[in-house]
Design a protein around this ligand. Sequence first.
Ligand code: G3P
Length: 217
Amino acid sequence: MKFFVDTANVSEIRELNDLGLIDGVTTNPSLILKSGRDITEVTAEICSIVEGPVSAEVTATDFETMMREGRTLAKIADNICIKLPLTLDGLKACRALTGDGFKTNVTLCFSANQALLAAKAGATFISPFIGRLDDIAIDGMDLIREIRQIYDNYDFRTEILAASIRTVNHVKEAALIGADVATVPAATIKALVKHPLTDKGLDQFLADWAKTGQTIG
Ligand code: G3P
């Protein structure tokens, strides 16, 4: 499973990229607001740090303006992936932009039927939002399961990009189901490494090693 980091915070991206842990980045208008920076400047900097796909979202809701904004975003860097909302205009723009050779990420997906339409529109990625379904007492992982089954039934090439991930269990479950990508907040990526028994075991190893009085090299 590929890991994208879900942030427009450049220092978070640099830290995780240096660890070799991320395969791409996803942003959205809310994350751009949170960054406090100009979308073109921050997206260009992100694209210069990470080799993999960097999702940048259009803000228009009509097809023509989505196309214009998408092409503008795509000029920022070669690894831009144009993010489009799951609406009829967004699906129309997805088909057109994909047809023009751009990577596309259809976002704000909350149903299997929406994901089916995105695959038929030729989306590179589909972004089902797990956490926001959980927030309304619907199991977001069920949506990932349904999309995986439908995409496998028809050998759709669209990659499932599990989004709105809030916990390390979301990451595990997405991997067990077979999502192609998980886009994860930086803190949650770092939390994946933590286990109390690992910490306890390392402390014991180091304490015992100190008693040997030895050094390596
Ligand atoms: O990639 C989508 C993600 O940023 C949304 O996350 O926690 O606002 O639902 P959240």
